[in-house]
Design a protein around this ligand. Structure first.
Ligand SMILES: Nc1ncnc2c1ncn2[C@@H]1O[C@H](COP(=O)(O)OP(=O)(O)OP(=O)(O)O)[C@@H](O)[C@H]1O
Length: 307
């Protein structure tokens, strides 16, 4: 199976300023890949390299098995830029129809159904659109020709929660049809629910790639159990993955590191009347990555902000 993205040692310098250094990664067909990082991390630089908007200083990149320079490759990709400018007097509908023709024909019904989903008014001249409505037009044009690979730079920016929900549903549909999505964000919570894997980029370097399901499994979570009668502490002491154990009468509280299996089996010897388990906070795990990096980050002179 040909990878949708193959990057090897991909590097981009803007003069002496590092945009991206030595990126090696693959994205597989049918995958939703969340690309996360704080401002200035290198997300947009990566995306522009994938689309041949800019060219690498060194390294290799292949998209859908070909070079991003090939128009035939570009035609199979949908793209929402992070800095979308729509300043024309044209109505959004005319603009989208025009783009549809350029891309070899997109049925009006598909444009309209996407507009319905996102509650976008296509009759307004584009330069009069609010930021959020402009973002909706950007999303419609990225999806409307049903590309094999959709690249979205900060897609949720400016969207209200209902539209965000609809957008995530669309991403799930795209994945279900075997197509691939790469989306950048600086907020994990916005991409976590749909991403299969997330990559974290920081200071121009990819510092981690994680499988979201595995991350969830690894995450520490707080658990409370209430029994119908007092339970002996000894039944729960030393269980694999159980930490910070507190047993008071018929109530038990602890944190679970990894799988809760041992705790569940020990609890099953008693009568459990109530169970509380908080969803692990993945954001917290990611922040740990960031802060670890921070500690080791010795930025070269060209990465320092001017005095
Ligand atoms: N055209 C450019 N000329 C000079 N430096 C640039 C240019 N574009 C980006 N950079 C620098 O490259 C680094 C990476 O920027 P990039 O835009 O890729 O980050 P980002 O992760 O997309 O950030 P944001 O979330 O703010 O959009 C930054 O230090 C930025 O200042």
């Amino acid at each position: 199976m040909t990878a949708v993205v193959q990057a090897e040692g991909l590097t981009k310098y803007y003069g002496r300023r590092r945009g991206l250094a030595d990126l090696t990664m693959e994205i597989q067909p049918g995958e939703v890949f969340g690309y996360l990082g704080p401002n200035g991390a290198g997300k947009t630089t990566t995306i522009r390299l994938l689309l041949d908007v800019i060219r690498p200083t060194s390294g290799l990149v292949r998209v859908l098995g070909g070079s991003p320079r090939e128009p035939a490759v570009r035609a199979r990709v949908g793209y929402l830029p992070g800095d979308l400018v729509l300043e024309s007097r044209d109505r959004a509908l005319d603009y989208l129809r025009f783009l549809g023709r350029v891309r070899g024909g997109v049925p009006s019904s598909r444009i309209e159904s996407l507009a319905d989903r996102f509650d976008a008014d296509l009759s307004v001249p584009m330069r009069k659109l609010s930021k959020g409505n402009r973002q909706k037009i950007g999303l419609i044009q990225a999806f409307m020709h049903e590309p094999e690979f959709v690249i979205l730079d900060e897609p949720t920016m400016g969207l209200d929660p209902l539209v965000q929900h609809e957008f995530l549903a669309l991403v799930r549909e795209v994945r279900a049809s075997g197509r691939t999505v790469l989306m950048s964000s600086h907020v994990l919570a916005e991409v976590e629910s749909v991403s299969d894997r997330v990559g974290i980029v920081r200071g121009g370097r990819l510092v981690a790639v994680e499988n979201v399901a595995a991350l969830r499994e690894k995450a520490v979570r707080r658990v409370e159990l209430h029994f119908d009668a007092p339970v002996p502490r000894a039944d729960f002491e030393g269980l694999p993955g159980v930490r910070d154990l507190r047993v008071e009468g018929a109530a038990l509280a602890c944190t679970i590191d990894g799988r809760p299996d041992a705790l569940i089996k020990a609890a099953a010897r008693h009568t459990v009347v109530h169970l509380v388990s908080a969803e692990p906070d993945l954001e917290e795990i990611f922040l740990t990555y960031y802060s670890d990096e921070e500690r080791h980050d010795e930025r070269p002179a060209d990465q320092q902000e001017p005095a």
